[in-house]
Design a protein around this ligand. Structure first.
Ligand code: RTP
Ligand code: MG
Length: 147
């Protein structure tokens, strides 16, 4: 079972979309194992976006993600890293398809509402940048998706 780090970014919080974004992930059948509402520190933001350090939009990314509260989460499911990015939709809002979170709700590319890890290594690093091991809740879903 794979885990990923998903986060409603400050624009999603400001627009009141936390609930609807979580619903999309629940509708798909993924399992939430951790969640918290917080303001990100600058150091935490730089660690989170380490892969983009040196790019021209790095400073904007850090200032945007620290500009207001976020809702950080860990979700679990088979191949969830790839599947959740399909539910989220493409980074570029002009490419994000209707039916995806970004396709249905996002208007501007840097303001694309939600972050999702892009690989198992990133997921591991991002989860531990936001959560302690004891905050990840281990449980079984008692309603089967298959019958
Ligand atoms: P995310 O990390 O937020 O889930 O998004 P992503 O994988 O789809 O996109 P990524 O390439 O990792 O970029 C991270 C975030 O940076 C902003 N961005 N701005 N050219 C630009 O101005 C530009 N490119 C990316 C977006 O907010 C993107 O989500
Ligand atoms: Mg990314």
């Amino acid at each position: 079972m794979e885990r990923t780090f998903l986060m409603v970014k400050p624009d999603g919080v400001q627009r009141g979309l936390i609930g609807r974004i979580i619903s999309r992930l629940e509708d798909k059948g993924f399992k939430m194992v951790a969640g918290k509402f917080l303001l990100i520190s600058e150091d935490q933001a730089k660690r989170h976006y380490a892969e983009h350090e040196g790019k021209d939009f790095f400073d904007n990314l850090v200032s945007f993600i620290t500009s207001g509260p976020v809702f950080a989460m860990v979700w679990e499911g088979d191949e969830i890293i790839e599947l959740s990015r399909i539910v989220i939709g493409k980074t570029n809002v002009k490419e994000a398809q209707p039916g995806t979170i970004r396709g249905d709700f996002a208007l501007h590319t840097p303001r694309n509402l939600i972050h999702g890890s892009d690989s198992p290594n990133s997921a591991e690093r991002e989860i531990h940048n936001f959560f302690e091991q004891h905050e990840l809740v281990s449980y079984e879903k008692t309603i089967s998706l298959w019958n």
